[in-house]
Write a protein that binds this ligand. Structure first.
Ligand code: GDP
Length: 429
């Protein structure tokens, strides 16, 4: 039983918590895309962990964590994260596996990221400036440096010299010394080497041995390089297709696909967000939901649940079930709205526009539902939810066409409901 857990909105859906909850029932957690901009927040044993690159499964003793070829790896960030975990009593040891085909983020990628965002001016896309975009650019342009290249000193030196030269021709006010970059990489390699493997082979053997694998997505489907709201997207395949390309597994290696959604909508950075609430309700969602970026601290834009968008991400991913997080953030609201359609050019549609400009012009069409007075926060049984909350969940299921298998009612690991009779029961068995 191998499942995918991915974001079915614009990221920050609470995937970290859901993966953390499920991962004790799996033997391997494998990340397939993104870089150290993911910023999952997980509370375990009273400690707050922010995991950027290493899958949150690392917090479960005995679980192995894989960083696939679809991920871009900043060696310094990886080692800093390992050190931080170990400092807090989490032993990484041999539980980490890093693909030899994963591309490296190098110091010049970070600089180029800042530079290209500054050059975009008004048309900036809101990157986290960690060099992730430029590292993917180099990958596609076939001049990237991969983790496995660290083992081949002569080849590595040639590539680094060439790329640092190119950087120095673009950024003229300060020269970077390729020898410094090489020295840093060589130091990092002595630590990273034991973790490096052919991930496709590793996962095939694991499956053959009956080990259960959880494939973990970062960001969200609406930030996918192809299926997201381009150009306001991330540089990788955050949707389900990324699992196959980012880990070297076939689609039949996937038995179930869980989409994580918040009970409302958030988005960080630029780009269209049809249900955005600029007024006090949006402010309230941001404050109650603590909607500030885990990595950057940027306030997230907040709005009502967008069923048009989630119906779309359900299609793109073939979602089998939803995990609905942060239901408790809606506690105490008099009324709750759900976006059921978009008005685009006078006509109402239930289809998510393919074109970003059309999405920007779309006006949300809402239906209103009564809120609930009794808090859902921390509830652990579905039957204990106020009737209005259950009705809200049922309506989201109808509108998105996907059953809600998991409901999260707080940030703690145990503030979670796995619904009886849902697919998720088998995943936690
Ligand atoms: P991720 O990147 O998808 O894992 O999302 P983030 O970690 O950026 O954001 C999720 C945040 O919401 C974290 O701070 C979680 O502790 C918190 N969280 C997750 N589920 C719930 C929930 O059901 N209720 C509340 N109040 N907070 C939650």
């Amino acid at each position: 039983m191998n499942i995918v857990v991915l974001g079915a909105q614009w990221g920050d859906e609470g995937k970290g918590k859901v993966v953390d909850l499920l991962s004790r029932h799996f033997s391997i957690v494998a990340r397939y895309q993104g870089g150290h901009n993911a910023g999952h927040t997980v509370y375990a044993g009273g400690t707050k962990f922010i995991l950027r690159l290493i899958p949150s499964g690392i917090l479960q003793p005995g679980v192995s964590c894989v960083i696939g070829n679809g991920v871009v790896v900043d060696p310094q960030a990886l080692l800093a994260e390992v050190d931080e975990l170990e400092k807090n009593g989490v032993t990484v040891g041999d539980r980490l596996v890093v693909s030899d085909k994963a591309h490296l983020i190098l110091p010049y990628h970070r600089e180029l990221d800042l530079l290209s965002e500054a050059r975009r001016g008004e048309r900036r896309i809101g990157t986290t400036s960690r060099g992730i975009g430029p590292a993917y650019e180099d990958k596609i342009a076939r001049r990237g440096v991969r983790v496995g290249d660290l083992a081949q000193r002569a080849l590595l030196e040639e590539a680094i010299r060439h790329n640092v030269d190119a950087r120095n021709r673009i950024i003229r006010d300060s020269a970077m010394d390729w020898r410094v970059v090489m020295a840093e990489l060589e130091a990092a390699w002595t630590r990273i080497r034991p973790w490096v493997a052919d991930v496709s082979l590793y996962l095939a053997r694991a499956r053959a041995a009956g080990r259960r694998i959880l494939y973990e997505g970062a960001q969200g489907t609406l930030l996918d390089i192809d299926h997201g709201t381009y150009p306001y997207v991330t540089s990788s395949s955050a949707s389900v297709g990324g699992v196959c390309t980012g880990l070297g597994v076939g689609p039949r290696a996937i038995d179930g696909i869980l989409g994580v959604v918040k009970a409302y909508t958030t988005r960080v950075g630029e780009g269209p967000l049809p249900t955005e609430l600029a007024g006090p309700v949006g402010e309230r969602l941001r404050e109650t939901g603590q909607e500030f970026g885990a990595v950057t601290g940027r306030p997230r834009r907040c709005g009502w649940f967008d069923a048009v968008a989630v119906r779309y991400t359900a299609r793109v991913n073939g979602l089998d079930a939803l995990a609905l997080t942060k239901l408790d953030v809606l506690d105490g609201l008099d009324a709750i709205e759900i976006c059921t359609g978009y008005r685009v050019g006078g006509a109402v549609t239930g289809d998510f526009p393919s074109d970003c400009a059309q999405l920007a012009a779309a006006e949300p069409v809402y239906e209103q539902w009564p809120g609930w007075a009794a808090p859902t926060r921390g509830l652990r049984r579905y039957g204990d939810l106020p009737a209005e909350a259950r009705r809200y969940v049922a309506r989201l299921e109808e509108l998105t066409g996907v059953p809600v298998a998991i409901v999260s009612t707080g940030s703690g690991r145990d503030d979670t409901i796995v619904r009886e009779g849902s697919l998720a029961e088998a995943w936690v068995a």
